[in-house]
Design a protein around this ligand. Structure first.
Ligand SMILES: [Zn+2]
Length: 237
């Protein structure tokens, strides 16, 4: 995905390096984070629950890599703003941009305390997407094949929850809400230049074959992405 040098969003709240009050300590937090997220997204955390880097970057090289990651997130968020504002204005409506909060370790959200175990989520009461960048760092390390589009999918999916004012309720989301967010993400990924296969590839890693009470099956999530992708393809003709 071509993203370097492109516009970044101004709706980023960078809380990296700011303590949220409860600090997660030690190595392996990244693995814990991604394991839990994968669980929340409906996948099998045992695939990733082994050793991993600590949550915050330690070396200069790691810091640089994380800043690059932050820039990538900002560009993808800007893309979602462009895509949805244009569509909303075509319908004579105004899109309200969500804010994306980047953090390390822990932070406060309008939906309560967010820490390493919370993972990427959308909070409807403050209209913010919360993202711990270690999630992406680990995703990049482990799911190299899926690359940029897999990360873009995660952002587009959370923005999809914003579009419908979805809330992640206690006990998790519901399959219907997840499919809607997946469809919105599929739409965005087409606009970002992903092939259908590239748009769906993330599901190989984060979805399970069988549905759970909170998340749909891999096949239905892939179909939802396809619906969104097809809609964008049709709209672009
Ligand atoms: Zn979701």
């Amino acid at each position: 995905m071509l993203w370097e040098g492109r516009r970044g969003s101004s709706n980023i709240e960078d809380r990296r390096g700011i303590s949220g009050g409860h600090i997660a300590v030690g190595g392996g937090i990244g693995s814990l984070v991604i394991g839990l997220i994968i669980y929340l997204l409906g996948g099998n955390p045992s695939q990733v629950m082994d050793t991993g880097p600590s949550n915050a970057p330690q070396t200069q090289a790691e810091k640089q890599a994380e800043d690059k990651e932050a820039q990538f997130v900002s560009v993808v968020l800007a893309d979602t703003e462009d895509i949805w504002s244009k569509l909303f204005s075509n319908m004579n409506k105004q899109y309200s941009n969500p804010t994306l909060v980047m953090f390390n370790d822990a932070t406060q959200s309008g939906c309560g305390f967010a820490n390493a175990a919370t993972g990427p989520f959308y909070c409807p009461s403050d209209e913010k997407v919360y993202l711990d960048l270690s999630f992406f760092r680990e995703m990049r390390d482990r799911f190299n094949a899926a690359g940029d589009f897999a990360e873009a999918y995660v952002i587009a999916h959370e923005v999809g929850h914003h579009l419908n004012g979805h809330t992640i309720r206690k006990g998790g989301s519901t399959p219907r809400l997840e499919l809607e967010a997946d469809e919105f993400a599929g739409f965005v990924l087409y606009k970002l230049g992903a092939s259908l296969e590239q748009a769906q590839e993330v599901m190989k890693y984060i979805a399970t074959a069988k549905a759970s009470s909170t998340h749909p099956s891999r096949a239905s999530r892939m179909l939802a992405i396809e619906h969104g992708w097809d809609k964008a393809a049709g709209a672009s003709q």
